[in-house]
Design a protein around this ligand. Structure first.
Ligand SMILES: *Cc1c(COP(=O)(O)O)cnc(C)c1O
Length: 493
């Protein structure tokens, strides 16, 4: 059985189910699989198979303490007609590049790919591990995780779900999605600050031992729906494998040919999942890590120095407005030769000095990663160009990736077939998209959906059309220092 161990080496090794419940290790490290399983099939043999079949096999390979029936039932519960797309993940070609449309789930962003299955993996884990506590999911969001987690966990028995979002750092649609969330176990708070403030505040609550003991005494256990939870990361590996199979099916590549993978990156979860796909056996030539103006990852990949001492920018791709990319810790662990000792030291540096500097040997291990960023202008230009030339409308996050990729290709001459993650529906960021297309009117963001639908020639996703008349259920905005107080209040402790 694959054990899940802490990147910092001092936590107890666990089964997948136990790691899913815990979210984060007791030494504050993140869970990583001690060994990465190989592909459970030959990709060419899976051509024509459904998304669910691929997902089931990939997830089962990692989560081998779950029975086949358990994984099957999690996958069946997650990837059903909640997704407004035939076979869950369409692959669209535009300008010779393949866009993996990961945003057809209930909240119109790729977070649904993992967060529609996490509640099933979690409740199954609770049963398997005989956990008797109520699971309190505590989550910080840069905009999309929050809603996807709320949808996933709303009214799931034995759980409460709490989301903190930066009150002025998300799009209008994102905010409305969260504040209108239904479900008796859902709790949503705006905080005065940015995503890093929200994430730091949530981490602080996780780290507060006295508070956690009080919670346990009250019959509750904290867990996380952020991509630090291995139960979010592993389901994401599946769509990279699926994308590869689709490219074989479309005759773009033959089994065994390398591909480039381009990911608009924030917390480093999504791109890390592609790295795991490659460790499983999917041949990836370059992992192209695309950032917006908050280009800490670009600088890290190009210099080996991760330095948080910099200004934070609010951009039109808010889900990537992040300076502390939690999941990078997992990559650091792997490129240091699976050394938890080295990883723990870097994380200590980060905590104490706000930066760390990896070794030359580790930088060599990073050579398959390409870092690049797009300015706000380049992002808007990319949206306009793809629409003008190919009639294809993408959201600002995807546009960051597409822009970085096209410059990489021009500069390197590397024409390896590429997959770009399309991480959100353009309807989630309709103001920025309409503006980029030169069609900005004075209408508020939420009123632009019909116009965008006409321009793009695609229908408004339900996730957005349902919002206009939905009543506001959550309107609390608090200071970062009061986050724990708010949690106490409704848990009654
Ligand atoms: C969360 C998010 C990202 C960043 O993904 P990470 O896994 O945090 O790197 C990019 N685009 C969109 C639309 C997102 O919601």
């Amino acid at each position: 059985m694959i054990r899940y161990i802490s990147t910092r080496g001092r936590g107890e090794p666990r089964t997948a189910a136990s790691a899913v419940i815990k979210g984060i290790s007791e030494d504050k490290g993140l869970f990583v699989p001690e060994t990465v399983p190989g592909l459970p099939f030959k990709p060419a043999d899976m051509v024509g198979r459904k998304y669910k079949d691929v997902a089931r096999a990939v997830i089962a390979a990692f989560f081998d303490d779950y029975t086949e029936e358990e994984i099957q039932s999690c996958v069946d519960g997650a990837y059903d007609n909640k997704f407004e797309a035939e076979d869950i993940v369409p692959v669209k070609e535009a300008g010779g590049v393949h866009f993996l449309e990961l945003y057809h789930g209930r909240t119109a962003a790729f977070k649904d790919m993992a967060l529609s299955i996490l509640p099933y993996l979690m409740t199954t884990a609770v049963r398997k591990e005989n956990e008797d506590k109520k699971i309190v999911i505590l989550t910080a969001t840069s905009g999309d995780t929050g809603k996807a987690a709320l949808e996933g966990f709303a009214d799931v028995e034995g759980t409460e779900i709490i989301v903190f979002y930066p009150s002025t750092g998300v799009s209008e649609v994102q905010k409305r999605q969260m504040t209108t969330q239904e479900g008796a176990n859902t709790h949503v708070f705006g905080i005065r600050g940015n995503f890093d403030d929200a994430q730091t505040g949530v981490k602080k609550i996780f780290d507060d031992q006295a508070f956690n003991e009080e919670l346990m005494a009250a019959g509750c256990r904290l867990s996380s729906a952020n991509s630090i939870n291995i139960g979010r990361l592993i389901p994401q590996v599946a769509y990279y494998v699926y994308g590869y199979i689709r490219l074989i099916g479309q005759g773009v590549i033959r089994d065994g040919d390398p591909v480039n993978i381009v990911v608009p990156t924030g917390n480093f979860g999504n791109i890390l999942a592609s790295y795991y796909a490659s460790l499983m056996g999917i041949p990836v030539k370059k992992f192209i890590c695309a950032s917006n103006r908050n280009k800490i990852l670009t600088d890290f990949i190009n210099t080996g120095v991760y330095d948080t001492h910099r200004e934070f920018h609010v951009t039109c791709s808010p889900s990537m407005d992040i300076l502390i990319s939690s999941n990078l810790e997992r990559l650091i662990y792997h490129i240091s030769g699976d050394s938890s000792k080295a990883c723990a030291l870097f994380m200590k540096d980060l905590k104490e000095t706000g930066k760390y500097n990896i070794t030359d040997q580790m930088r060599e291990q990073l050579s398959d990663f390409v870092g690049g960023y797009a300015t706000e202008e380049q992002t808007a230009e990319e949206i306009r160009m793809l629409y003008d030339k190919y009639g294809y409308v993408i959201d600002p996050h995807t546009a960051v990736a597409s822009s970085v990729y096209r410059r990489y290709r021009a500069e390197s001459g590397d024409f390896t077939p590429a997959v770009i993650d399309s991480t959100a529906s353009p309807f989630k960021f309709e103001g920025s998209v309409m503006k980029a297309l030169g069609r900005k009117t004075d209408l508020p963001d939420l009123e632009l959906a019909d116009q965008l639908s006409e321009v793009a020639g695609v229908s408004v996703p339900k996730a957005v059309s349902d919002l206009k008349d939905a009543p506001i259920m959550h309107d609390i905005v608090c200071d970062r220092k009061d986050m724990e107080k708010e949690v106490r209040k409704f848990l009654g402790i």
